[in-house]
Write a protein that binds this ligand. Structure first.
Ligand code: FES
Length: 250
């Protein structure tokens, strides 16, 4: 266990004292992951990312995790916090642990752990690439922009909010047992183009969704919807893609 280090409190709000229990793994020295606990004093309004940064900067420099923007935009700090996938930069301490309690932090599941909280994201992005995540329209462009009505734009409004953090896909029990399933995030991305009125590759993407790695693997567990830090109604989106596949077939 790391030595306790309590920084000077300069806030007016009483601090919380919590134990941060992190599932750690170093492939060079460990046969399997193990828990390590770090006592921390922090403000209730501190984010889990602040706590992890504190541990890394002042207690255990070898602690490894991914982060970049710090503001819920880049999607790089998805991890399992208090038993649920969340972004560390959006989870406030007071929302995930009680004063005096223990906060567990683990890597997201279903992807190979490279070190500590860092996972290999290649399979996740391979699934993303498989749905052709780019605009396809071979028609000559108009003089101005390719226009959409507000109603047409609304059809893809939720799915275009995805930041590819993998919170959804790595909370899906089907993905855990069958890594060939493209997963919720890839389906959300497919939805974004399938329901884009300006795109011309709808049938190609629906065919990809109709394969045995596509939408029919979904068992409507709702884990993905609960995990999404952008409040995207993922299960509803998957159902919309299933219906679009069925209409294409009929
Ligand atoms: S660090 Fe970018 S989303 Fe959290």
């Amino acid at each position: 266990m790391a030595e306790q280090h309590i920084p000077k409190n300069t806030h007016t709000t009483p601090p919380m004292r919590v134990k941060v229990k992190i599932l750690r793994y170093n492939p060079e020295t460990d046969k399997k992951p193990h828990w390590e606990t770090y006592p921390v004093e922090a403000q209730p309004s501190d984010r889990v990312l602040d706590v992890l940064n504190y541990i890394k900067w002042y207690v255990e420099p070898s602690l490894t995790f991914r982060r970049s923007c710090g503001h819920g935009i880049c999607g790089s700090d998805a991890m399992m916090i208090a038993g649920r996938n969340r972004l560390a930069c959006k989870a406030l301490l007071r929302d995930v642990v009680k004063d005096g309690g223990t906060l567990t932090i683990e890597p997201i599941r279903g992807l190979k752990v490279e070190k500590d909280l860092l996972t290999d994201m290649e399979p996740f992005f391979d699934a993303y690439k498989a749905i052709m995540p780019y605009f396809i329209n071979e028609s000559p462009p108009p003089a101005g922009e390719r226009l959409q009505s507000p109603e047409q734009a609304e059809r893809m409004a939720h799915s275009s909010n995805c930041i590819l953090c993998a919170c959804c896909t790595t909370s899906c029990p089907i993905f855990w047992v069958n890594g060939s399933y493209l997963g919720p995030a890839a389906i959300v991305q497919a939805h974004r183009f399938i329901f884009d009125s300006r795109d011309e590759a709808t049938n190609q993407r629906l065919n990809i969704m109709n394969q045995n790695t596509g939408v029919w693997r979904c068992r409507t567990a709702y884990n993905c919807t609960e995990a999404c830090p952008r409040d995207i109604p993922i299960t509803t989106i998957i159902e919309e893609v299933k219906r679009a596949v069925m209409y294409q077939q009929s």
